[in-house]
Design a protein around this ligand. Structure first.
Ligand code: DGL
Length: 278
């Protein structure tokens, strides 16, 4: 997929970067990529037919990630950023060993940023991410003196995917999940699911401002930018518009994504399950 216009730098540098999530959560990562790496062309995958990932088994998640990675390779992506914490927690190391392009996850960048920011760290994440204990382990690896509280928040992803951010229910659900972390007097909160930064305005209504919010995407994209430089893969010319692919209903994704993209995207449907891992 190299762009023939760019003859001066590495021809692969204009190939797209792939990012994937179960749904609209990856848009919070896309926003960060647009901010830090504005020249890159992006292929966005939302595996909407199989969300929420957070309720899936580790085996299912690994299978889905392998299928998406196989599809990403067929599209000629030069790098993949997992825009999904659940996949990062449960499948990163396996697919890094199986596919010959750089693949980045969110857990270590998020853990390092949080360990730098505070001492009493709360993590909100999907049930699968919490069950993996990936954040606690990664934070303690950086600094064993940190204290970590992890809360699984199974209702957040369905509420966000159903476009119910303004519902009175959403704030009540958020208060219930966050209350134990407020009582634990955390000083730092990790958004351990890429859907959750969409809830920032809801959290702001009741969560003390003194609690620092960590969006792991900021650090992951920073690490990706460094890696692109190092490998001479950074695009020097402005990229193509982001292309969106989902496994579920394209119209529903386009409708939901419009709020965050400030325009209605063109969305294509792909059956990732047909991309069998050989
Ligand atoms: N947004 C994803 C994450 O960061 C997955 C959410 C889900 O589908 O449960 O974990």
């Amino acid at each position: 997929m190299a762009n023939q216009r760019d003859t001066l730098s590495n021809p692969i540098s204009t190939a797209p970067i792939g990012i994937f999530d179960s749904g609209v959560g990856g848009l919070t990562v896309l926003r960060e990529i647009k901010r830090q790496l504005p020249n890159e062309s992006i292929l966005y995958v939302g595996d909407t037919a199989r969300l929420p990932y957070g309720d899936r088994t580790p085996e299912e998640i690994l299978q889905f990630v392998r299928e998406i990675m196989t599809w990403m390779m067929a599209q000629g992506t030069k790098m993949v950023m997992m825009a999904c914490n659940t996949s990062s927690a449960l499948a990163l190391e396996e697919v890094q060993a199986e596919f010959p392009i750089p693949i980045l996850g969110l857990i270590y960048p998020g853990a390092r940023a949080a360990a730098k920011a505070g001492q009493r760290i709360g993590v909100i994440a999907t049930p699968a991410t919490v069950a993996s204990d990936a954040y606690r382990q990664a934070i303690l690896e950086v600094d064993a003196s940190k204290q970590v509280w992890q809360i699984g928040c199974p209702q957040f992803v369905p509420l966000i995917e159903q476009d119910r951010l303004q519902d009175a229910t959403t704030i009540e659900v958020a208060k219930t999940y966050l209350q134990p972390l407020i009582e634990a007097e955390i000083d730092t909160l990790i958004y351990g699911c890429t859907h959750y930064p969409h809830l920032a305005p809801v959290f702001k209504t009741f969560l003390p401002d003194a609690i620092q919010r960590i969006d792991p995407a900021q650090s992951m994209v920073k690490a990706a930018a460094k890696e692109l430089e190092l490998l001479d893969l950074k695009s020097a010319i402005s990229g193509r518009p982001t292309q969106f692919f989902v496994s579920g209903c394209p119209e529903q994704f386009a409708h939901n994504a419009t709020r965050w993209l400030q325009k209605t995207p063109q969305v294509q449907q792909v059956n990732f399950a047909s991309f069998v891992v050989s």
